[in-house]
Design a protein around this ligand. Structure first.
Ligand SMILES: [Mn+2]
Length: 199
């Protein structure tokens, strides 16, 4: 499954593939660009198959329905939605175009790196664990971005030799995405990546 989202301020692509033999993907993602902001999420449901999908898809639905909310509020909504479900690791990113600012929050093992053309890499530290409706504290990172900043998030089904290199090797999101797809052939686990560039 391939998806893309673009406007004058952002371009993003996501791709996912499920574990061999499974008909449901335990990972879910969402992305949306408005005139004011870009929001995206990646969630990895615990385990694989239908129940993993129910958890990660609950996260996708929360972000889709409430994308206008701030990241911390969304994390809390996601946590509530995962009550009585298996649970999921969750990452949410929101970029505000006017403020030129990114807010990021993560619980669990979704890999994420943000690259600024001036040469800075930002790796926000995630809170360990997963969301399943239990009381949870969040770590919210907010930082400014520059024109042409890039970012990538992916689930643990994708193994990259160097996440840093992937961000600088390719000029366009399209090229990066096409290259990343080549790493997604083994299918031992559900795998999802989401890449984007901010203008
Ligand atoms: Mn996984």
């Amino acid at each position: 499954m391939l998806d893309h989202e673009a406007n004058a301020y952002v371009q993003a692509r996501a791709f996912q593939i499920q574990k061999e033999g499974n008909s449901f993907n335990g990972d879910s993602f969402f992305m949306k660009a408005t005139d004011e902001y870009f929001i995206c999420s990646v969630a990895d449901g615990l385990g694989s198959g239908l129940y993993a999908n129910q958890s990660s898809d609950a996260v996708r639905k929360v972000i889709e329905e409430h994308h206008h909310e701030e990241v911390e509020v969304l994390m809390d909504y996601c946590n509530q939605a995962l009550k009585l479900k298996r649970g999921a690791t969750v990452s949410v990113l929101k970029a505000h175009f006017q403020r030129k600012e990114v807010t990021y929050c993560s619980v669990g093992n979704i890999q994420f790196v943000f690259y600024l053309p001036s040469g800075l890499y930002i790796y926000p530290i995630p809170v360990t664990g997963f969301l399943s409706g239990k009381p949870q504290t969040y770590r919210i990172d907010t930082f400014p971005y520059e024109e042409n900043s890039k970012f990538m998030m992916h689930t643990d089904g994708l193994h990259l030799p160097s996440i840093k290199q992937e961000l600088t090797r390719f000029q366009s999101i399209e090229d990066m995405s096409n290259h990343l797809k080549l790493h997604m052939t083994k299918r031992k686990d559900d795998a999802t990546f989401l890449v984007g560039q901010l203008f």
